[in-house]
Write a protein that binds this ligand. Structure first.
Ligand SMILES: O=C(O)C1=C[C@@H](OP(=O)(O)O)[C@@H](O)[C@H](O)C1
Ligand SMILES: C=C(OP(=O)(O)O)C(=O)O
Length: 427
């Protein structure tokens, strides 16, 4: 799909139970099944490009996958060398977590991705892995994919990371599970913790004390995973912002993970004035439930703490900031520059083209709330930028180009959007 024209929306009131399943948990579910003794059962797996690439890689690594279209069953007799190049597509999570999983596996592996992923930094995982004995390499001294890996024995480590990144943490936890002694990993700020929760649920010995995780290597294979993947709060948040900027609207997003490391953007929107209620309905591996968002006039906010808890939601939160009264500021968010696009530049340029005053900083931006104007925005191949400016279109109408990327995380986005407003999709 190359182009969409979105019309501004009237008020809406609805419940949505079909938000895309969580991408972070879906990736992890198929990878972690490779560490289990027995068959893992995964329901509501995200069937989007990023996670289907991880599933295909797991098959290439020798796992037996039985998929009836609803439930995926995975069993593995250990990671096997593959004659294929393993293609992570657009996914940083896929590539960085597979680096950790494969660095101790028997054999030689090559991980690659699309042109966007091949330009994202990988040294953040290849360097700490090399320091514990892993044999990895890539372009730019191991910073850029394709990454080649020859499995090796890994030394125990005490690693203090300078980046609050769940991808780096997860990569190192996966490496630690096969290292030759007890390992510790310290992060500067708590990042999303699905890896710790899921692996502990499978019986791994991981003790978390604030920012420090202590990992005792596996003495035997883990118990299989049995999981229903909850809805993805990062995908749900597009519709939360839709309700928050459309007068008299009310939306309930059902079955979403309410993991505290994932719902900070909803908390920010609440601070801006939106009425938000959370209802926990389930708690397996992590809390899951419904989020209701009701429109109220929005006021500006400064976002500077716990940035990793809302990093993926910042582009669409910026649309809410543009609709709010006053000057909103985002700080400490330099990680935005190394996502699928440089999300500081793409947000700043996109909002300026909608006649919003924005000041760009090295680690964020200041947005002066105002009247969004209809514009033409190119996504730069970034799914979150595409969906963010489509949501802005609910306010003022919008034309957005380069939309195939939306399939990486939220294939039914347009179907759900159509419940709210008129969408004219053009190839
Ligand atoms: O671990 C994960 O599943 C993810 C971690 C975050 O990246 P970083 O670890 O690079 O912050 C996030 O942006 C990404 O969408 C998913
Ligand atoms: C940054 C993202 O994903 P990844 O790093 O896995 O490509 C995202 O989905 O916004």
């Amino acid at each position: 799909m190359s182009r969409v024209v979105v019309s501004s929306s009237n008020s809406f009131s609805l419940k949505i139970s079909e938000i895309a399943p969580d991408k972070s948990i879906s990736h992890r579910s198929v990878m972690f099944a490779m560490l289990a003794d027995g068959t893992s059962v995964i329901e509501n797996f995200l069937r989007a490009e990023d996670t289907l690439n991880s599933l295909a890689i797991v098959k290439n690594l020798g796992a037996t996958v039985v998929d009836d279209g609803k439930i995926i069953k995975i069993s593995s007799e250990g990671i096997k060398e593959s004659s294929e190049v393993l293609d992570c597509g657009n996914s940083g999570t896929g590539m960085r977590l597979f680096c950790g999983l494969l660095s101790s596996a028997d054999g030689h592996f090559v991980l690659t991705g699309d042109k966007y992923l091949r330009s994202r930094p990988m040294k953040r995982v290849t360097l700490p892995l090399k320091n514990i004995g892993a044999k990895l390499d890539g372009r730019a001294d191991g910073d850029l994919a394709p990454i080649s890996i020859r499995g090796a024995s890994l030394k125990a480590f005490n690693y203090e990371s300078k980046i609050a990144s769940a991808q780096v943490k997860s990569c190192m936890i996966l490496a630690a599970l096969r290292a030759d002694g007890v390992c510790t990993y310290i992060e500067p700020e708590l990042s999303r913790d699905h890896t710790e929760r899921m692996l502990k649920g499978m019986g791994a010995d991981i003790a978390v004390d604030g920012l420090k995780s202590t990992i005792t290597p596996m003495k035997k294979l883990l118990s299989p995973l049995n999981i229903r993947v909850p809805a993805d709060p990062s995908s749900a948040f597009f519709f939360a912002v839709a309700a928050a900027i459309t007068p008299n609207s009310d939306i309930t997003l059902e079955g979403v993970t309410l993991n505290p490391t994932r719902i900070e953007a909803f908390k920010a929107l609440e601070k801006m004035g939106a009425n938000i209620n959370y209802e926990i309905t389930d708690n397996k591996y992590e809390p899951i439930g419904n989020i209701q968002i009701k429109y109220a006039p929005l006021k500006a906010i400064t976002v500077e703490d716990n940035i990793s808890w809302l990093i993926d939601e910042l582009p669409v939160l910026s649309i809410a900031m543009a609709c709010a009264e006053g000057e909103s500021i985002v700080k400490n968010a330099e990680e935005l520059r190394v996502k699928e696009s440089d999300r500081i530049s793409t947000v700043v340029e996109g909002l300026r083209s909608c006649s919003i005053e924005v000041h760009e900083y090295k680690d964020g931006y200041k947005i002066v709330g105002g009247e969004l104007q209809k514009s033409l925005v190119d996504s730069d191949g970034d799914h979150r930028i595409a969906m963010s400016f489509i949501i802005a279109g609910l306010k003022c109408g919008m034309e957005v180009t380069d939309l195939d990327c939306i399939n990486t995380s939220f294939p039914n986005f347009f179907e759900l959007l159509q419940k709210i407003t008129k969408v004219d999709l053009q190839r």
